[in-house]
Design a protein around this ligand. Structure first.
Ligand SMILES: Nc1ncnc2c1ncn2[C@@H]1O[C@H](COP(=O)(O)OP(=O)(O)OP(=O)(O)O)[C@@H](O)[C@H]1O
Length: 260
């Protein structure tokens, strides 16, 4: 593989909260079409890393490249524009908008007519709006919730809301889709369906970063995994290797941690 295949290259990320070193010199490299897992016991720094990557926290150090271009994760909308779409551990949808409208919002960041087009309802605006609607509908079909297109987001089941969040993220046509604990709160049937969906997204050539507490899901899905413990990267590799790594086993079994 050539370097052109690298979608995300992050190096030397450190982040301190007061006296606590939440991340120390963490780096990952994700290649086109991979599902990349970030795991670790409670408090290991996974969410902090995600938040740094997506512009919610400012790191103390670190370099960031997306598809070969440096980017500065200084603001959430800049990160979205650069091409990273994320979902959240606590689902963040527009609860009183329909499922379709939620996906259309995601799509709008990639289109051109802007505010004046909307005010004057120009021809190009109307055409663009129809295209956005069609594409949003396709994405709802893709995640298997098209039948709920006109339902308010808050009326959907938990599993379906997560799928809706994924559809909205896909609508931005991201270079990387970052999923923050997508299986949280799901029952085992929903997890199976989620796994199929993530597999489908990968097979369609997308690149995915996944934080997930469900180790079985991570090991079954991911091409590569990084393990954090107390803010340090203690292992990186294939699920097969990582599961057999002594430091990893120790971190998960060690005192003071709850294994996930
Ligand atoms: N905004 C913050 N201010 C202060 N400390 C923080 C902040 N965010 C996280 N921390 C601390 O940084 C450390 C790493 O937390 P983080 O939430 O990144 O871990 P995690 O691996 O995502 O854990 P979990 O599995 O519990 O979600 C923890 O000790 C946490 O208390």
């Amino acid at each position: 593989m050539s370097n052109n295949d690298v979608i995300l290259q992050v190096a030397g990320v450190s982040k301190r909260f007061g006296g606590l070193q939440a991340l120390s010199d963490v780096g990952i490299e994700i290649r086109q079409g991979q599902v990349y897992g970030l795991i670790g016991p409670n408090g290991a720094g996974k969410t902090t890393f995600f938040n740094v990557l997506t512009g919610l926290y400012t790191p103390d150090s670190g370099s960031f490249e997306l598809a070969g271009k440096p980017y500065k994760p200084t603001a959430v909308h800049e990160v979205a524009k650069a091409g990273i779409a994320r979902t959240f551990q606590n689902i963040r949808l527009f609860a009183d908008m329909t499922a379709l409208e939620n996906v259309m919002v995601g799509r709008h960041i990639r289109t051109g007519s802007g505010l004046l087009g909307a005010v004057f309802r120009t021809k190009s605006f109307n055409r663009e709006e129809a295209e956005i609607r069609d594409r949003a509908m396709q994405l709802l079909e893709y995640v298997d919730i098209a039948k709920y297109a006109d339902y308010k987001a808050r009326t959907l089941s938990y599993g379906d809301q997560r799928r809706l969040e994924i559809a909205r993220a896909l609508a931005t046509e991201p270079k990387l889709i970052a999923l923050d604990e997508p299986a949280a709160g799901m029952n085992s049937t929903e997890k199976v369906v989620l796994r199929e969906l993530i597999d489908r997204i990968r097979n369609d050539g997308r690149t995915i970063l996944l934080i997930e507490h469900d180790v079985k899901l991570v090991m079954g899905l991911c091409d590569r995994v990084t393990v954090l413990d107390y803010g340090k990267q203690i292992a990186e590799g294939t699920p097969y290797d990582v599961q057999r790594n002594e430091k990893v086993i120790e971190a998960y079994l060690g005192a003071g941690h709850t294994a996930h």
